[in-house]
Ligand binder design. Structure first.
Ligand code: AMP
Length: 491
């Protein structure tokens, strides 16, 4: 009997509601579909909320941005039009990303304004926003120092300064600008550092600019992976993830699997996309009523549908023994979550397959997962449409050969003989039958609808696969070729 009741939270993962946050932030987090904290969040948020200076050691993908944005938002008094939180980030991209996260997490807190400030962008808008007293300023050190020198950035009301990716900022030569900025902020402010490494230069920066800083480090334990699971990863561009998944499902001809996403929203989106493309998929996440979750779990157990798209929390109770495939559509937070997810396949002595889709900086996180699980995660290329097609043809070929070898199809023989009587060749008869009965792809990728090449793929893969080329189609010289009776009697 499957149980979909969530088991106790994993260490480091706690409900956001247990952190003493405002209802506005809890609501925003729920809207983002975050079901529980990541380990860095549960460790750092309470300390920052208490007003401590903090050094958080964590990498991109650990949920570190929300770990400092949530307490930052909680510190804002929206009735005062002054800058109250300053966040330093090494690059324009990161500053924009952090500002986006602030925006999402502050949606329910009325009147909180934030602005990204980075070099290369026109000054005018930045002047206006800074003059209006943006509550949270997220910027690169160079441009922020520039605004300080022009007297267009007032830090006198700042309660908290965050240095995101502090090690990278030092590597990029921003130390002097950082020192200037920190010197311009009130001495009694709170200072929070996030850094992937805590090297001597970081330690000296922290010593010079914080008081009794608490170190938050997420210790990764070495966890042993599942030996019977074949682990593969595919590097894909973020926008190409769905197509890659569709290809893989078809390529491996999988009958059942669980696809993991990190948020309820992603589960909803992905399940909708799979269903829209003809795949038997259901969703499972903590935002669903318990009765509905139990129903989905029970039907999955009875193999009423092929793919379960789920969050970690909701999938905790999954107890299905013969899963062929586990997909990490989103990367898990750490090695422990990874092992937990892939342990759903390769059970009961069967060989399972775990597939991870990685985009952008996710590759570093995957490498760290590989280190901590001591498992080999093999890199492969997403199969081309032609490879998928040829694998499907091979499978059909084997099936037909087996049927031919058993010779048990007397009823069908008379139908074929009638067609042959009409003058069709045996090849034509067989091809027409296959045309009707070869199984459709489990998931149609978007590429099947829109035959333009994507950036990920050379154009040749976008031609219709060989199986479709003769459908009403091109003959030897590109002319349409019609099959039809030629009034040839079989001799
Ligand atoms: P970061 O490490 O800050 O770059 O975060 C990586 C991604 O995880 C971002 O897309 C966040 O929106 C997302 N994220 C952060 N915290 C959570 C959470 N508790 N649950 C699910 N997703 C999260």
């Amino acid at each position: 009997m499957p149980s979909s009741a969530p088991s106790p939270a994993r260490p480091g993962h706690v409900p956001f509601a247990s952190l003493g946050l405002s209802p506005e932030v809890i609501e925003a987090v729920a809207r983002l579909g975050f079901e529980e904290t990541s380990p860095i969040q549960s460790a750092a948020i309470p300390l920052i909320m208490k007003g401590h200076d903090v050094i958080g050691q964590s990498e991109t993908g650990s949920g570190k941005t929300a770990a400092f944005c949530i307490p930052a938002i909680e510190r804002i008094d929206p009735t005062k039009a002054v800058t109250q939180v300053l966040i330093l980030a090494p690059t324009r991209e990161l500053a924009t990303q952090v500002a986006d996260e602030v925006h999402k997490l502050a949606v329910c807190k009325k009147g909180v304004r934030s602005v990204p400030i980075y070099g290369g962008a026109p000054y005018e808008r930045q002047f206006v926003e800074l003059k209006r007293g943006a509550h949270i300023v997220v910027g690169t050190p160079g441009r922020l120092a520039d605004h300080l020198a022009r007297n267009t950035l007032d830090l006198s009301g700042v309660k908290m300064v965050v240095l995101d990716e502090a090690d990278r900022m030092l590597d990029m030569g921003f130390r002097e600008d950082i020192e200037k900025i920190l010197a311009a902020a009130p001495a009694e402010r709170q200072t929070v550092f996030f850094s992937a490494t805590i090297s001597p230069p970081i330690q000296s920066l922290v010593r010079g600019h914080s008081r009794d800083a608490k170190v938050v480090k997420i210790e990764q334990r070495v966890v042993s992976g599942a030996p019977l699971v074949d682990q593969i990863y595919y590097e894909v561009r973020h926008h190409a993830k769905f197509d890659a998944l569709a290809r893989l499902i078809d390529f491996y001809d999988v009958k059942s699997g669980v696809i993991f996403c990190n948020t309820q929203q992603m589960v909803e989106e992905l399940a909708d996309s799979l269903v829209a493309r003809g795949c038997a998929a259901e969703r499972l996440h903590g935002g669903m009523a318990q009765a509905q979750r139990t129903r989905v779990m029970n039907s999955f157990k009875k193999a009423a549908f092929a793919f379960l798209v789920a969050t970690d929390v909701a999938a905790r109770g999954i107890d299905v023994n013969d899963l062929e495939l586990v997909v990490n559509y989103d990367l898990p937070y750490d090695a422990e979550d990874y092992v937990h997810r892939i342990g759903r396949t390769g059970r009961a002595g069967r060989k399972g397959r775990a597939v991870t889709l990685v985009s952008g900086a996710g590759i570093y996180k995957l490498q760290s997962i590989e280190r901590f699980t001591k498992a080999k995660i093999r890199r492969e290329q997403v199969p081309s449409a032609e490879a998928v097609e040829s694998r499907r043809s091979d499978a059909l070929f084997d099936k037909l050969r087996t049927t031919l070898e058993t010779g048990e199809f007397p009823r069908q023989v008379s139908l074929v003989e009638r067609l042959l009587e009409q003058g069709y060749t045996p090849t034509e008869v067989a091809a027409a039958i296959l045309h009707h009965f070869s199984p459709p792809a489990a998931v149609r990728s978007a590429a099947d609808d829109a035959p333009q090449p994507s950036r990920d793929e050379p154009r040749k893969h976008r031609h219709p696969p060989a199986r479709f080329q003769n459908r009403g189609g091109g003959g030897e010289h590109g002319k349409p070729r019609k099959f039809g009776p030629r009034n040839r009697k079989r001799s």
